[in-house]
Design a protein around this ligand. Structure first.
Ligand code: DMJ
Length: 473
């Protein structure tokens, strides 16, 4: 906060001293913003820490200088998440080291993995590695991995089980401990992008078709208001909850309808996105106390269930902006920025109806930064650069430690938590970097990010071949 204060003081002093038109003052102040080079230095520092204290493990524990694995054996999630950021930042030697690690990785592991999480992080990371390197051995690894998670979709409904055993293809409920067949919508239908890319490069429609069947199940079972529930049973296909929202647990289902249409030109999923967005705008918009929220309602009646938001929902302005709805995106981002300013970081869940924090922790999540980056790129407005600068300064204040960055248990006390999420490498640092880069590696017109921020160049996917390789009619 001290740094923020100094920055604001500098702003006013310069504005007073110069007495120049706003734009000129802003240009001069440009030197006060964080730089892409600074972000790259942080990436170097954090990556070195991961390599020193956690190499080969899933996660770096930055405070105890230790490591953590999601399952009984490591999947090496951090390197797969880090690769595309290392490549974007031109850290080619480090990227090459991860590529070699990927080539040595044997996926024949007797562990149950969460299909949703490994799809966006590992399959997404491997595909971005192939898209960047064009190394056929990497593609072979991606196909092997895709084939090991595909059995999860072998259900009466086409909806995937929560977990699958990488060695045997045996499916299971939560954490492989057989906690039933209930999954949320994001776990059910966040596959179009990775599976579409895999189908394209493997020239085999089976992956995209499996992903599309799952997404269509969600869409086809929407209520008369045009809204899905948020949890369902993979065997019966029935909703087990009638709450509906764009929040954590649903978010990337919507995101992938639009992104798959951009990448592959699939008109059917584009129509699914268009009609979903209309229902969202009509039934979830909640302008409350002068701020724009997208709330939680009953899928059948539209009645508000709870005036509460999670920090993951801050992905939505990016989607609104990308799909051309700038005004809505700006209104939504303004509410997120207000919440960030209130605490100096976003809490995991905030009840805006009662002005209380429901979940106080914050885990270095990227979404609000992602949306500020999209809005900055698409509108060119200075205010988004100022927002991003504030987020960068605050994140450095609360969460930078002697070797990397860490999460916090409570945004009010900023009590440190010994964890560095893998998406910090994939997403958070990448969006900060891209937003500040003087020479952008690519524009938002040229690239589509998966939900873990692994970038894919649109020009790499020929629309005619997409139809053939993905089986699009
Ligand atoms: C990431 O793993 C992905 O963006 C996912 O879609 C949900 N959000 C987390 C980071 O917050």
């Amino acid at each position: 906060m001290k740094n923020r204060f100094l920055f604001i003081l500098l702003f006013f002093l310069l504005a007073l001293a110069c007495q120049k038109p706003d734009k000129q003052v802003a240009e001069e102040l440009d030197m006060g913003y964080y730089t892409a080079e600074e972000v790259k230095e942080e990436m170097k520092r954090c990556w070195q820490a991961y390599k020193t204290y956690a190499w080969g493990s899933d996660v770096l524990l930055p405070l105890s200088k230790g490591s953590f694995n999601w399952y009984e054996e490591s999947l090496g999630i951090s390197p797969f998440d880090a690769y595309s950021t290392l490549a974007v930042m031109d850290m080619e030697a480090e990227a090459e080291e991860v590529l070699q690690y990927a080539l040595e990785k044997d996926w024949d592991q007797d562990i149950y993995v969460q299909v949703f999480e490994v799809n966006i992080r590992i399959l997404g990371g491997l595909l971005a590695m192939y898209d960047h390197s064009k190394d056929k051995r990497v593609l072979a690894k991606a196909i092997d991995f895709g084939d090991r998670i595909l059995p999860a979709f072998d259900t009466p409904t086409g909806l995937p089980y929560h977990s699958v055993n990488l060695r045997t293809g045996t499916t299971a409920g939560n954490q492989g401990k057989g906690k039933g067949n209930i999954i949320n919508v994001a776990q059910a239908a966040t596959y179009l992008v990775e599976f579409g890319i895999l189908s394209y490069y493997a020239q085999d429609p089976k992956y995209y078709q499996a992903a599309k069947r799952a997404s269509k199940h969600i869409f086809d079972n929407r209520s008369e208001l045009g809204l899905p529930g948020d949890q369902l049973d993979v065997e019966t296909g029935f909703w087990t909850n009638s709450w509906t929202h764009i929040q954590a647990g649903v978010d990337s289902y919507y995101e992938y309808l639009f992104k798959a249409s951009l990448l592959f030109g699939d008109e059917e999923v584009k129509q699914m996105w268009d009609s979903s967005l209309q229902a969202i705008n009509e039934h979830l918009t909640d302008d409350f106390e002068g701020r724009r929220y997208y709330t939680i309602v009953d899928m059948y009646t539209g009645a508000i269930k709870k005036r509460s938001v999670s920090l993951y929902d801050a992905f939505f302005p990016a989607m609104q902006a990308l799909s051309g709805h700038i005004e809505d995106a700006e209104a939504n981002q303004k509410a997120w920025d207000w919440l960030w300013e209130k605490y100096g970081l976003l809490p995991s869940r905030y009840h805006y109806g009662a002005d209380t924090i429901e979940y106080s922790n914050s885990e270095l999540n990227p979404e609000i930064i992602e949306s500020a980056y999209y809005l900055h790129q698409l509108t060119g407005e200075e205010k988004y650069q100022i927002m991003l600068n504030n987020y960068w300064v605050d994140l450095n204040t609360c969460c930078r430690d002697s070797i990397a960055f860490h999460a916090v248990y409570d945004v009010r006390s900023m009590e440190p938590k010994d964890y560095l999420a893998t998406y910090f490498f994939a997403e958070t640092l990448k969006y900060f970097y891209l937003a500040a880069a003087k020479t952008e590696p690519f524009s938002l017109q040229e690239v589509v990010f998966n939900t873990e921020a692994h970038p894919f160049m649109r020009a790499h996917f020929d629309p005619v071949l997409c139809k053939e390789y993905l089986g699009i009619e």
